[in-house]
Design a protein around this ligand. Sequence first.
Ligand code: NAP
Length: 283
Amino acid sequence: MSRIIDGKEVSSYIKEQIRKKTEKLKNKGLTPGLAVVLVGNDSASKVYVRNKKAACELCGFYSASYELPEETTQAQLLELIAALNADNRIHGILVQMPLPAHIDADAVVKAILPEKDVDAFNPENVGRIMLGNHSFLPCTPAGVMELLKYYGISVSGRECVVIGRSNIVGKPMAMLLLHDNATVTICHSKTADLASVTRRADVLISAVGKKAFVTTDMVKEGAVVIDVGINRGEDGKLCGDVDFESVSKKASYITPVPGGVGPMTIAMLMQNTLTAAELSKRS
Ligand code: NAP
């Protein structure tokens, strides 16, 4: 039976550390500020935005939120970003994705100043992650690395397999593992004989977005299994990519969904905002 990796516990710990550091910064006259921008009525996005605002409050940040109607034009959104770029109360700008189809998400991401890009999606920050001289790490992969660190799981010299190659999860996840000296394989929908690759993994990370996708036959005995997926079962309940019931009997450590990687993403967003505020003081 595996040990459950408790993302709620780790994220609470990290947010508490951030709150303490923020208190000290505030005493020196600097309050970290995060702007969260939501365009449209996506209900899941609204929940994410609400959670981000609550985390800002908990950490003692200044937060500003902008809930714009679905018909907002790209020009209007870019105008708001320009104003937030120039606002020195704001150290981080997060535009909640997905954006409505008539807005070019790449143009929006590029418009955010790299030093305020706390999602780390701007091409400059993506490139810096590749080079290993980053200020911010993308929140979800960084959250996974923090979970591993908290539980004392080293990836150095070990076989790590990432399923999924998206720009926001799979690719940066692989890069962070590589920076920590793992031997990394990235799998995707064209990978031949996926199970034979995943069975090699000492650490298996799934970011696919399909319920019960990772089954026991795909997992090596004693592997660490990290489930990034967020899906809904037929019963409407949240679940990950991993068939938790069976895989948890074979893995040494496993993240549940909910309560695993999810809470870490917001904690790392808070970490990036604090870093952005600290860096603004130095510039
Ligand atoms: P995405 O852009 O849809 O990428 C999914 C990846 O899975 C793609 O690279 C795809 O391969 C691969 N894939 C699909 N079917 C496959 C198959 N049969 N075999 C092997 N690989 C397959 O999704 P994403 O944005 O990375 O997100 C992945 C999951 O993580 C989603 O459930 C999302 O909701 C969740 N997520 C969670 C958090 C969090 O905070 N916990 C944050 C972000 C995302 P191809 O590239 O070949 O199509």
